[in-house]
Write a protein that binds this ligand. Structure first.
Ligand SMILES: O=C(O)CCC(=O)C(=O)O
Ligand SMILES: [Fe+2]
Length: 517
């Protein structure tokens, strides 16, 4: 978000500067055009009629000097037009505006320098890739049409953001490289529609788009033929007509469910992460009603003496596995102070040793970083201990900050490092026992935290936190803790992820006969 603020200010500077330049360039252009026109209409025609085109300037001079009319026109030009041009170019304002060119160059130099300081140059081609990706993820999860994006999604229409055909073609190409074939088809078809509708949009030609669209449709169909696990009916329902032109949105949505239909699964079956994720992000919850109706909201007063006077507001989202949302746990001081502590430019978050931005963005596009151990972080650690009744180790339990601007997301995952159900004895100490996810900034639309097997989603309410256990008391990984971060559609979302490890806590559990508590 800081990057956008920083560069938006720079861009405003560029805008003012160019406007300033344009004013003088406009005057200069007018004089130049006037001069050329006057010269052509009088001297050039006269000269061409009188002497051979390749005549020397000396011959031209003699001819003009011999003609009263040509001499007059030339003198007139010198007195009014050339003099006007000279005056303009030697004016202080004009020369100052030349200075502005230097300041524009300084801006780009500053960009270079800035990039070097942070070890990450922005904006660059990878960032544009991220921007395409953001749009594709929003489209994938929420099912927006290309036309809705073109108009700047309803909420952004007031800002006047409208895509051109070439932008849409770029997004289509990005969809192709990401293997989102159905979206590539939709974007490229939309480019052709746009070009038909708006003759002034010559940002790209149909001849460039049509062959690409044909190729994409072919790839789309070839790939889908590989979906052998699909029944014939599913296949023909979903892919028979790959083109989305003029199709009602229901048909398009079928196309969107490509990945999910391939597995023949439906929402809410508990194990289809992707399908459930889409449903939950779009606001459909499917926690069975008999479970939902048993969930409680209560004031917690006993966990810590602090809560006697200031009880903790708790909402139970799920009992098995335990997922709680705790309200009003961060105050505005906590939230404001974090901006001073975190790094000003956060990096795109890594994912399991993947460093290539283009690969990372498949799973996760939040920008983030760990917070240094300063008094602020200590204070939040204390708060986390108080809220959870668990202990945090000094060295290992990190507080991570992540920020999601539009379209940024985190695909379904489990927080424990170990992918297997049973954690090896050596790794168990550092394994992530529980997660406390604080929401510091609330997006306007999107950005839920769905639990894809449970069928509920945490809502990013500012100042609240979602808490859940990742492990059983016996040190194995729990079922049902897969969760994600839905793409932010508008606004931005900031979270703290407080990781709480097993080591400090295994002695803290009360006794139970059930090892799977
Ligand atoms: O931002 C969210 O809603 C979820 C973040 C998350 O799952 C994580 O950081 O591990
Ligand atoms: Fe997570």
């Amino acid at each position: 978000m800081e990057k956008y603020t920083y560069w938006a200010n720079r861009e405003e500077h560029i805008y003012l500067l160019l406007g300033h330049r344009l004013k003088y360039l406009h005057d200069e252009m007018q004089l130049i055009e006037k001069y050329l026109k006057d010269y052509e209409e009088s001297s050039l025609k006269a000269i061409e009629n009188a002497i051979k085109p390749l005549a020397t300037s000396e011959e031209r001079g003699k001819l003009i000097g011999a003609s009263a009319i040509l001499s007059h026109l030339m003198t007139h030009r010198y007195v009014f037009i050339v003099d006007g041009l000279r005056k303009l170019m030697s004016s202080k304002q004009y020369r100052d505006s030349q200075e502005n060119v230097k300041s524009a160059l300084d801006l780009t130099n500053e960009a270079e320098k800035n990039g070097k300081i942070n070890g990450y140059k922005w904006p660059n081609e990878d960032d544009l890739f991220m921007s395409h990706t953001a749009i594709l993820h929003m489209q994938e999860i929420y099912g927006f049409t290309a036309r809705q994006f073109y108009k700047g999604l309803t909420i952004e229409t007031s800002f006047g953001g409208v895509l051109k055909a070439s932008h849409c073609a770029n997004i289509g190409q990005a969809a192709l490289t990401r293997e989102y074939y159905y979206m590539a088809v939709e974007w490229l078809e939309f480019v052709l529609e746009l070009l038909n509708e708006d003759e002034t949009d010559n940002s790209i030609s149909k001849d460039e788009v049509e062959p690409l669209l044909e190729t994409v449709i072919k790839i789309h169909n070839d790939v889908n033929h590989l979906g052998e696990t699909m029944s014939h009916e599913q296949f023909s329902n979903t892919y028979a007509d790959v083109t989305y032109r003029n199709q009602p949105s229901k048909e398009r949505i079928k196309g969107r469910h490509l990945n999910y239909a391939l597995h023949g699964k439906t929402y809410g079956n508990g194990s289809d992460w992707d399908a459930n994720n889409i449903a939950l992000c779009s606001g459909q919850e499917f926690q069975p009603i008999e479970i939902r109706s048993k969930m409680k909201c209560f004031f917690e007063r006993q966990l810590h003496p602090y809560f006697i006077l200031n009880p903790l507001k708790v909402e139970q989202l799920s009992e098995y596995p335990l997922i709680l949302q705790l309200y009003d746990v961060l105050n505005s001081k906590d939230i404001e102070e974090h901006y001073d502590v975190r790094r000003p430019f956060m990096q795109i978050a890594g994912f399991l040793n993947v460093t290539d931005v283009r690969l990372v963005t498949r799973y996760r596009t939040a920008a983030g970083g760990s917070l240094p151990s300063v008094p602020f972080t200590e204070r939040i650690h204390k708060k986390s201990e108080m809220l959870t009744g668990l202990a945090l180790g000094k060295e290992y339990d990190g507080l991570l900050v992540a920020e999601y601007t539009y379209g940024r997301y985190y695909s379904p995952h489990k927080d424990p490092l170990s992918a297997s159900q049973t954690v090896n004895d050596i790794d168990i100490a550092g394994e992530r026992l529980a997660t406390l996810l604080y929401y510091l900034h609330e997006p306007e639309i999107g950005g839920y935290t769905p639990f894809t097997e449970v069928g509920i989603a945490g809502k990013p309410v500012k100042g609240s936190a979602v808490f859940w256990f990742n492990m059983h008391r016996n040190g194995t990984i729990k079922e049902g803790i897969t969760h994600s971060a839905c793409p932010v559609v508008h606004g931005h979302k900031i979270v703290f992820n407080q990781r709480i490890q097993y080591f400090q806590n295994f002695q803290k559990f009360g006794c139970s006969l059930n090892q799977l508590d």
